[in-house]
Design a protein around this ligand. Sequence first.
Ligand SMILES: O=c1ccn([C@@H]2O[C@H](COP(=O)(O)OP(=O)(O)O)[C@@H](O)[C@H]2O)c(=O)[nH]1
Length: 474
Amino acid sequence: TYYRHHRYVPHYRYREHSANTENLLPDASNPAPEATRSGVPEVFHPAPPVIHQIPEAFHPVPEVVHPAPDSHLLHQMHHHTAAEAPFSPGQSRVFYGIMFDAGSTGTRIHIYKFIQKDPVELPVLDNEMFHAIKPGLSEYKDKPEEGGNTIRQLLKIAKKTVPEEEWKRTPVVLKATAGLRLLPEEKANALLKEVQEVFEESPFYVPNESVSIMNGANEGVLAWVTVNFLTGHLYSNTRRTVGILDLGGGSTQITFLPKSKKTIENAPPTFTARFNLFNNTYELYTHSYLGNGIVAARLMTLGALGADGLDWKVFTSSCLPKKFREEVTFAGSTYKVSGIPGGYAGYKLCYYEVQRVIKGIFHQPYEVKGSSIFYAFSHYFDRAVETGLVGNRGGAVEVRDFKKKAKEVCNKMTKYGAINPFLCMDMTYITCLLKEGFGFKESTMLQLAKKVNNVETSWALGATFDFFRNFNIH
Ligand SMILES: O=c1ccn([C@@H]2O[C@H](COP(=O)(O)OP(=O)(O)O)[C@@H](O)[C@H]2O)c(=O)[nH]1
């Protein structure tokens, strides 16, 4: 079935912004999207096997900055004239890319399979194999060899997924995010060195700078590229795109293409990123708030992050069930946390506590009060599913729905605490983050998704495109 051509049919609909033919591949037979039922948030339907056309930016051209030592790989990656193409007539070529996401709460492997039908056509994304393990690399800060074993484990999946004859030209790349950013440099470097060694003993192709800590701006931009690619916005003729909201364990990202110049003019200089893609130069508003991921925010709410006396101190909060008591490990430290026995718990008090994590830290972009569409994934999605705000296929909600649900969860702590004792704290934090952090209106619509067309919404696909054809983000 590798070579069967599936037609790309958009599976996303939106109440205010319905998908239209601009977002489709130029295929006259693509059906026009159905009208959405007004007022009913539509869900995403995981697509049947889909082939995603790679945007032109990914079209391999000779100025690829990552040199591949394997001439076979280069041969395939670059644009050929028919005479030099390594293709037999009518035969498709398949190639793979392996991207590791070393997050603060877990490590994930994404194995992308691309198909190039003939040397002059753009490759297409055929499918993704995804696997996640917990905890993240940062938990192994004092035992890097054990951290390396988690990577070895995931590489076994890569060896099962990628055919053996492709191993030596399949690039393997790892990018770490907040977990490693928050570690002391020497601890983070020891972990990266260990991963590099594990990669080198693997049969895959290890490019230069294969293992690194990604900067926050790239994390936001590359997730934006992924989501706009998967939703069909990158190869549409309009400049209509969607924004992204990513809530990790250690950091949180907001990225969107401003419609108004004022947004860029009023943004701090480090909050914008420019890059070329699809013959367009994009200037995005993007920022990663380190320490404002959901797990870091829990510990800040509790007053635990950076506190002394961790051995004996118990950090309490009215956001937690009164009888709850647990140890939380984050960025290599362990904290004792609990509810307030015999004390008060509930939404109002909790909101007051989480506000401390947000006040005075966030820049509110000029435009966010407008009608832009934002895709929210990672922990936004997880918490929305756990509380029943959306089903596990995701869907559209308004910011006020998070608030309503947060109140319900905090006021029925016993019921929801059984699902996840941090639900009240997390939902209240998300509400506060959206409203008082980014400055969204209560009526702003968010599309909650984990996958779009069967591919994970994360920065990893964007990073794989960037690897093959550098966007030169600056
Ligand atoms: O491809 C992915 C990448 C991440 N996640 C989820 O997104 C969150 C990201 O958290 P992470 O630990 O990576 O946060 P960071 O370290 O970047 O702050 C976690 O709930 C993951 O399970 C996911 O569902 N799919």
